[in-house]
Structures are given as C-alpha cells and as structure tokens.
Design a protein around this ligand. Structure first.
Ligand SMILES: C[S@@+](CC[C@H](N)C(=O)[O-])C[C@H]1O[C@@H](n2cnc3c(N)ncnc32)[C@H](O)[C@@H]1O
Length: 288
C-alpha cells in the first residue's frame, strides 16, 4: 500500500516519541504491513489517513499504532552464551555474595512476550537444591501492554516453543493446551511482569542482574545514554548487566564497563576492578 513520505515520517515519529525506538529508513517497509490490522480494526482505508488520525493527541488508535510498529522478536534462551555466562559466572559469585540474605533480584528490561524471563526462571529450577530456600524475584518489563499480557499468561504457540527450547524443558516445564503450551504455575512463582518504559524512572530498588537485550539498538544516541543512566541507577554495586549480541556500553556511558571475564557482561565502573575494565574497554574499542 502506498504511503506519502510525510505519513511515514509521522508514524515513525509517533513510535519514537512513545518508546524512543527509531524506524531506520531500511526498516520502514515494515510500516505498511505492520499497520494492516490496525487499519482493519478502525476501518481506515489509507495509511495517510491513519497517520493523520494517529497524530491527534489522545486518539485511542495511537497505542495500537505504536504496538504494531514495535519489534517483539524474541525466543527462549536467545543467545545461549548469555544464559551460560549467567549460570557459570554471575550466579556462582552472587550466591556467595548474597549467602547471608539469600535473596536475588533480576530485571529483564524490554522482555517482550516473556521468553527471556521464563528462560531465567528455568535456570533456577534446574538447580533446585541450590536455590530452593532463596527468594528469587525476576521482573520482566516492556513498554508494550500486549507483550506483557502474553508474558503474564505464559502461553506459547508450537512455533514459539520450537525456537530455542530443548525438548526436555518443554516436557518438564509446560503443559499442552490444544495447539499451545502453558508454563507450569510453579515456574511463575518467581516471576512478575509490568508495563514500563525503559526511559522512565526504573522500578524501585537495586537489581543483582539486569538484562536489556536487543532493545537499545534502535534508540538514538541521546535516548540510549538516558537508558544507560536508568539501567546503571538500578544495578547493585556488584551486579551484572547483560546486553544483546552486537550491543555495547563502549562510548555510550561512563558508568558501565565491560567485564573482562565474560563477553556481553557489563559492570558498574568505580569498584576495585575499574582499571581492568577500562583497559578492556579500550582494547575492545580499538579491536585489539
Ligand atoms: C526485540 S525485543 C527483545 C526481547 C528480549 N529482550 C530478547 O532479547 O529476546 C525488544 C522489546 O523491547 C521493547 N521496547 C522497545 N522500546 C522500549 C522502551 N522504551 N521501554 C521498554 N521496552 C521497550 C519492545 O516492545 C520489544 O518487546
């Protein structure tokens, strides 16, 4: 369906205003396809007309437009190495550091439909003996109310569970419901979800692990810097931040540095390992 450049700019501008996400010109082809269901829902015949209506503050369809333009791509255990690093590097250190209180708080910022959060919950349930008497709180947040609703339901299609989930996990952690699969309720005990914009004040308290993966990629430099401020302010002093493959803190914030021990893992700068981290950042930045 044709669309004037003005309408494309206006729709992409709405997405950026509400979420910080930029629709690069190369991804603008998505607009027409993604907005078809919204046009049907509101009985609107052209994208130009939709853009006009969506530009009016308070219009109900604005949220539907933003929702349709967001990219919710995710899967269970996406980038397996991240979950391995959490299991091998982060959790052993935290289990010692928090042995007295036996409490861990984890935040998945931009959790989409919940697969990342449940993959974390699976890690703990695999080591039941070790974590059973711990209070583990895993919070998933996303700017999209629809994604959060699906995450809370914990129901996934055959296609969704086939992506990345080992068959053993499927059988032991889900119940089949018709063509779909529902996460067992005991696995939901440690997780909670809420709608939240990463650019707003973070959820209260400090988190021992924060995952913010494949969310910051399409933010402009200014909004990305703000997002790093928010993430850094929510991270415990010895906590770990995980970003997506291809994302980095290098050159984006002075508050976080790359951990030399595990790829894709970032720490608050300013503790005893500061120098190492800075050197490692420099090496990574120069590609040596
Ligand atoms: C590509 S998905 C990544 C999901 C998951 N973290 C992963 O890596 O598999 C990006 C998610 O970030 C959410 N998102 C985009 N901008 C956001 C913002 N400003 N605040 C919170 N969530 C945001 C989107 O709605 C989407 O669900």
């Amino acid at each position: 369906m044709d669309m004037t450049p003005l309408a494309a700019r206006s729709l992409a501008g709405l997405l950026e205003q509400m979420t910080g996400q930029q629709l690069a010109n190369t991804r603008r082809w998505r607009i027409a396809t993604a907005l078809q269901p919204v046009m049907r829902k509101y009985n609107i015949s052209s994208l130009d007309m939709l853009a006009g209506l969506a530009s009016q503050p308070g219009a109900a369809l604005r949220e539907d437009v933003v929702e349709a333009l967001l990219n919710h791509e995710t899967s269970f255990y996406r980038d397996l190495s991240v979950f391995k690093a959490i299991g091998d590097e982060v959790l052993p250190a935290l289990s010692e550091a928090r042995a007295a209180r036996k409490r861990l708080r984890i935040w998945s910022a931009g959790c989409s439909t919940g697969q990342e959060v449940y993959s974390l919950a699976f890690l703990f349930s695999k080591e039941k003996a070790r974590w059973d008497d711990w209070q583990i709180d895993i919070l998933g947040t996303d700017v999209s109310p629809q994604a959060i609703a699906q995450a809370r339901n914990g129901i996934y299609s055959q296609f969704e569970v086939q992506r990345g989930l080992p068959i053993g996990d499927l059988i032991s952690r889900f119940d089949q419901e018709g063509d779909d699969w529902r996460i067992r309720s005991m696995l939901k005990a440690r997780v909670s979800f809420s709608v939240h914009n990463l650019l707003d004040t973070p959820p209260a308290g400090r988190y021992d692990i924060i995952l913010c993966r494949n969310v910051l990629l399409y933010l402009n430099a200014e909004k990305r810097a703000l997002a790093f401020e928010r993430l850094a302010s929510a991270l415990a002093s010895d906590g770990a931040l995980m970003l997506g493959a291809g994302e980095t803190v290098i050159g984006q914030t002075s508050k976080l540095g790359a951990d030399i021990k595990a790829r894709g893992l970032y720490r608050l700068v300013g503790d005893g390992t500061r120098v190492e981290k800075r050197q490692s950042d420099r090496r990574a930045a120069s590609g040596t």
